[in-house]
Structures are given as C-alpha cells and as structure tokens.
Design a protein around this ligand. Structure first.
Ligand code: NAG
Length: 119
C-alpha cells in the first residue's frame, strides 16, 4: 500500500498465478475483490469492503470500540473508567463523540495518576 501526495496504490500477489483476480474501487468508496470464473465467463465477487459499519473509520470516536459479538454497537474502552462524552448521542447511535475518562487524570498528585476522589 502506498499513500502519498501524488499516489494511492495497492498491490497484491496471488499464491496461484493461474487465478485471475481484480480489486475494484467503486464510486461509493466500496472496494470489491473478484475472481474470474472461466467456465461461466463472469467475475465472481469474493470480498466487499466495508463489510459492515465496524469498517467505517472512527465510527466509535476516541476511546471507543465496536462490539460486534456482544451488542452491535460502540462501547467505551475499559468501562467504567471511560464513559460516553455525549451520553444522549451515544444512546441514539451517534458514537462520534467517543468516550472520555470518568475521572480525569491528575498526573501531578499521586503515583497512580488518579485523583483521590476516584472510587
Ligand atoms: C509516491 O510513491 C511513489 C511510489 O513509492 C514514488 O515513486 C513517488 O515518488 C512518491 N511521490 C511523492 C510525492 O512522495
């Protein structure tokens, strides 16, 4: 993968060079990987990205992560130390605000960096 001011490029090598494969970036931003099926004379779609909402960049904001297995929604990392920055938006599936520390760090006081009010 190369991304710089003048070029965005992606290359891949096939294990079996007799396979004809293509990667297509369509106008919606979706990437599709297909292989040529000679007998049927058509492109067979193998992979389509983004696969789901989880592949969207920064969907959960800072200190958030997508939970596919458990809940199909964003969760804050290390609950209950982190809480949604915008709790109303968070409930309405707008996770863009991400999460923040419930208790802010106070690195000047105490070896653990936590304020003494932390439970
Ligand atoms: C971008 O990357 C390509 C491939 O590595 C290189 O040839 C080219 O000089 C680069 N351009 C810039 C502006 O860095």
């Amino acid at each position: 993968m190369v991304i710089n001011e003048t070029l965005v490029a992606f290359t891949f090598n096939l294990i079996n060079i007799s396979v004809v494969s293509r990667l297509t970036l369509i106008s919606s931003g979706e990437v599709q990987r297909s292989v040529w099926v000679e007998d049927a004379k058509h492109w067979q779609l193998m992979v389509r990205l983004p696969k789901d909402i989880c592949d969207s960049y920064n969907i959960c904001g800072a200190y958030g992560s997508w939970s596919t297995v458990k809940t199909q929604r964003c969760l804050c990392l290390d609950e209950p130390k982190f809480v949604p920055r915008n709790s109303k938006g968070w409930e309405d599936a707008d996770w863009s605000g991400g999460c923040m520390r419930r208790t802010s760090l106070d690195c000047e006081n105490g070896p653990k960096g936590m304020r003494s009010s932390m439970p």
